[in-house]
Design a protein around this ligand. Structure first.
Ligand SMILES: Nc1ncnc2c1ncn2[C@@H]1O[C@H](COP(=O)(O)OP(=O)(O)O)[C@@H](O)[C@H]1O
Ligand SMILES: [Mg+2]
Length: 399
């Protein structure tokens, strides 16, 4: 565990970049430092690997003051990833990744083998190994940066706005990849960003810093969204805090209706003869013979003749029942021309439909439960009650 204990950093010109910051950074999880530009995020990160020395206070790694450790071995135990990757331009990709193993005295062949293994791990085609950094896209370079930081298998990864310079689509891919790698490797990651969405998606715990390097709130993402500590945090979270909170609520409790589902080979007579259709379901969902959704139709149209797939109303993007959040379900319903969302199982087969209204009720129930769950407590326990599993699901679907 990394423990930042009442650390202040005053630069020689008098700037207080970090002001009495205390944080306990748990092992094998992603701790995000987020806040506006100039609030001391980079300074904090650099104090952890001693590129910057605190003016006051101390930083402990597994209980030992980092000042008591040789700086070289400390840095080797901490991979460091920065914006624009910071690659060596005159070295090939494979040699960039092999940098630290070579410094550690590994043989050339062992270092290269390790580099090739890491390229695969971070989703880079091995054909890129012999290229130079300028021959790669920004997103690919960023992946090389991550691979290089992981090369000597350090327990800690420090990442300073690593994905801030790439476009949103590539960025989402890099974020997903980081979560996947973290699932496999279980590093202790300290991740700096100014982007609150990125913080909420990636963080197991999020530290919100305000200008002057003061800690505004330190909590799991769901708790930040539920109970921002003050107006600054609330403002920083943005105006759609309530909607984003839905990412942390599951859909397993949604009551689905199966009755409105018919397969494409259902005859007009069968539709006409149906007695199991609720009056309050104005549309039927037509699926193929395998149960995959094709589109919506008014029952009268289906009772009038054979199904004309081309004339069905689009069903929009379905949500995975239990696997995706209430936010995803609400989005499906809002985008659906019928106002009903389609729920599918892991294989894409329709398992039911659910109305905007029913989703709305589930949202109200979830909000009420979470609010009472957190009340009467000091907040930190309330966040714990939201659970890591919830946070992980949220991370998967947020954004
Ligand atoms: N070497 C330095 N000398 C003086 N002031 C600095 C130095 N590095 C950063 N600062 C100042 O410290 C504050 C925090 O900077 P930084 O940690 O880089 O913030 P962030 O990464 O959150 O944008 C800023 O006001 C910045 O101008
Ligand atoms: Mg910075």
């Amino acid at each position: 565990m990394i423990r930042i204990d009442t650390v202040t950093k005053r630069y020689p010109d008098g700037t207080v970049a970090v002001d009495r910051l205390s944080l306990e950074i748990p092992d094998r999880s992603i701790t995000v430092l987020v806040g506006p530009s100039g609030c001391g995020k980079t300074t904090t990160l650099r104090m952890i690997n001693r590129m910057v020395e605190p003016s006051e206070g101390s930083i402990l790694l597994d209980g030992v003051d980092i000042r008591e450790q040789p700086v070289n071995s400390l840095r080797r135990s901490m991979g460091y990833v920065i914006q624009n990757a910071g690659l060596f331009q005159h070295r090939t990709i494979v040699d960039n990744i092999a940098t630290v193993p070579r410094l550690l005295g590994w043989s050339r062949s062992k270092s290269r083998a390790r580099a090739m293994e890491l390229m695969e791990r971070v989703g880079l085609d091995s054909a890129l190994a012999k290229r130079y950094p300028y021959q790669l896209s920004g997103g690919q370079q960023q992946r090389v940066g991550v691979a290089r930081a992981l090369a000597a298998d350090p327990p800690v990864l420090l990442m300073d706005e690593p994905f801030s310079a790439v476009d949103p689509v590539v960025r989402k891919g890099l974020q997903d990849e980081l979560l996947r790698i973290q699932d496999e490797l279980g590093k202790t990651i300290v991740f700096v960003t100014h982007d609150i969405d990125e913080a909420i998606k990636l963080g197991t715990t999020v530290a919100v810093l305000r200008t002057g390097g003061r800690l505004a709130q330190y909590a799991p993402p769901a708790e930040l969204l539920t109970a921002p500590a003050d107006a600054f945090v609330e403002d920083f979270l943005g105006t759609d805090r309530g909607i984003r909170r839905l990412s942390f609520f599951g859909t397993e409790g949604l009551e689905l209706k199966r009755a409105p589902i018919v397969t494409v080979d259902t005859t007009a007579e069968e539709v006409a003869a149906r007695t199991d259709v609720d009056d309050d379901v104005p549309y039927l969902l037509v699926t193929d013979r395998d149960g995959r959704p094709l589109g919506w139709s008014e029952p009268a149209a289906l009772a009038a003749g054979p199904v004309d797939v081309a004339r069905l109303l689009p069903h929009g993007r379905p949500f995975r029942h239990g696997g995706e959040s209430l936010r995803a379900a609400l989005d499906c319903a809002v985008l659906s021309p019928t106002g009903w969302a389609v729920a599918v199982d892991g294989t894409g087969r329709a398992v039911g439909v659910v109305s905007q209204q029913a989703i709305g009720e589930a949202i109200r129930t979830a909000h009420a439960e979470r609010t009472t769950g957190a009340a009467g407590d000091d907040g930190s326990t309330g966040g714990g009650a939201l659970g890591d599993a919830d946070a992980a699901t949220g991370a998967e679907v947020a954004g």
